[in-house]
Ligand binder design. Structure first.
Ligand SMILES: Cc1cc2nc3c(=O)[nH]c(=O)nc-3n(C[C@H](O)[C@H](O)[C@H](O)COP(=O)(O)OP(=O)(O)OC[C@H]3O[C@@H](n4cnc5c(N)ncnc54)[C@H](O)[C@@H]3O)c2cc1C
Length: 453
């Protein structure tokens, strides 16, 4: 054991995976969550993104399985839909569908609420973890260069050897508390993208598939003129989850007629066909969520770090949700934290420094992929990654090549699922295949026409 007591602020995906790794390193772990945590898989106020399409990347699923053995099997037996991302997912990108092939990889499609519920149940079953819901953290206590605990809304203090801040995007409140204790705030970078999600649920007849035999559909825009995005996922409970929206205020309306019109206007028939035949859940009520900017806080660059405190998950970096990376990266950070605690213990700020370095390297690739992609739009504001123009021109070719080349599709898929580094796209074999195949794409002419370039 590296310490007696650890406190986790926030009981969402980041907080729960953190609690799991802390449980085997501390005598006691307390998770403090301000929401009432539902006994079943239900959306809740503190996670307003919960009713919307959440993709669990394959590397995230694999990591969760390592932390919670048998989780994938349990989720599938509870209704999560297993799929092969090479052939069951219709990926419409840059004006055409990616070519399909059996990849042999296993994805699972499920609602965010169901995933969080299942993982939380596993953590709640750990004998040394206490989850205190309906309780807010309202401050931090500290002494001589370290954080020593959290103050709760009733005024009580919970002392701890380690406080993990998993309060998500509301972590700016913690920043003020840390400042009060004399610790500097990390530099924050924002990339303004004005993304909007509008989601409806439909009943799914068991075994039903989308037109062209898909279980899932993802559509990303044809930049820079088209900013729309769409997803349709078969999920547990015999339901379809349909999310429509896009970048820079290209948002789908909640009104059912206008929602269906948005789907009908997409450059493929699959979603309008689904909406025309599947019965809506909840009388077709749609939910909307807007996400103005991706945010990253650079703790690793701070000269002075408090001992006894680390941030994790969206509290460090909140990614453009359209890339589906947040839960996977939060899990990866929890694993980095485990390694740093084992190596440095909990006493000194060395542990926190090593952790933020490790977290930064877990964040770096998905952050660059997401923000790099976002800068195809002139409206995106923020620090643009170096060499972004050239990279985006090449990625465009690779997207076109994935319409006809299973090899290029597979490399793109592995990068998106964080199974391989982004540099895989620059391997000579992939570059050669990309350049040869891109011109054979059915969308080549449209995508390379002057208005679309
Ligand atoms: C629209 C949308 C779609 C997304 N889609 C995907 C996807 O497809 N795939 C994916 O991997 N990720 C996705 N994400 C990101 C994903 O939801 C987050 O990365 C993930 O939830 C991890 O976040 P977190 O636990 O760090 O913070 P959050 O999920 O924001 O949770 C913070 C928790 O802290 C609690 N809290 C806050 N303040 C206090 C306090 N003072 N005291 C006590 N408790 C507090 C809140 O109630 C909440 O439970 C999406 C995000 C959005 C916005």
């Amino acid at each position: 054991m590296v310490g007696k007591h650890a406190v986790v602020m926030g009981g969402s995906m980041g907080g729960i995976v953190a609690a799991r790794i802390l449980a085997s390193r501390f005598d006691r772990v307390t998770v403090v969550e301000r929401d009432t945590l539902p006994a079943e898989a239900k959306d809740r106020r503190g996670v307003p993104q919960s009713p919307h399409a959440h993709a669990l990347l394959i590397s995230g699923r694999q990591k969760l399985d390592r932390l919670f053995p048998g989780l994938t099997r349990e989720l599938i037996s509870g209704g999560a839909v297993p799929f092969d991302p090479g052939c069951d997912l219709l990926f419409h990108q840059m004006g055409a569908l990616r070519t399909r092939f059996p990849s042999g990889k296993l994805g699972i499609s499920l609602s965010r609420a169901y995933l969080e519920h299942a993982v939380r149940a596993r953590v709640r079953a750990l004998p040394n973890v206490q989850v205190r819901d309906e309780t807010s953290v309202t401050g931090l206590t500290g002494l001589q260069g370290r954080v020593t605990g959290v103050v709760l809304d009733g005024g009580a203090t919970l002392y701890a050897d380690l406080v993990v801040d998993a309060t998500g995007r509301s972590a700016h409140r913690t920043e003020a508390w840390l400042r009060d204790l004399g610790f500097p705030a990390p530099k924050e970078v924002r990339v303004k993208i004005d993304v909007g999600y509008t989601t409806r649920l439909l009943h799914r007849i068991p075994g039903d598939r989308l037109k062209d035999d898909g279980l899932l559909l993802l559509m990303s825009a044809i930049p820079p003129h088209d900013k729309r995005a769409a997803a349709a996922f078969a999920i547990e409970g015999n339901r379809w989850m349909v999310t429509l929206g896009g970048w820079h205020r290209e948002h789908a309306p909640v009104d059912p007629v206008l929602f269906e019109k948005f789907a009908t206007d997409l450059p493929f028939p699959h979603l309008s066909e689904l909406l025309s035949r599947a019965e809506p859940v909840d009388r077709g009520e749609a939910r909307k969520f807007t996400y103005p900017a991706a945010r990253r806080r650079y703790f690793e660059r701070l000269r002075t770090l408090p001992a006894g405190y680390v941030a994790l998950g969206d509290a460090i970096c909140s990614f453009n949700p359209l890339y589906g990376q947040g839960m996977t990266v939060a899990t990866q950070e929890a694993m980095v934290l485990a390694r740093c605690l084992d190596r440095f213990g909990v006493r000194s700020a060395k542990m926190a420094r090593a952790y933020y370095r490790g977290a930064a390297s877990a964040i770096s690739t998905p952050w660059q992929t997401a923000t790099g992609g976002d800068f195809v739009y002139a409206e995106t504001e923020g620090p643009r990654p170096l060499g972004n123009g050239i990279v985006n021109r090449y990625v465009r070719q690779a997207m076109l090549a994935s319409h006809v080349s299973p090899d290029v599709h597979e490399v793109m898929m592995d990068i998106q699922h964080l199974l391989t580094p982004t540099t895989a796209i620059l391997r000579p074999r992939t570059v050669a295949r990309t350049l040869l195949a891109a011109r054979r794409s059915p969308a080549w002419r449209d995508a390379t026409a002057p208005s679309g370039s």
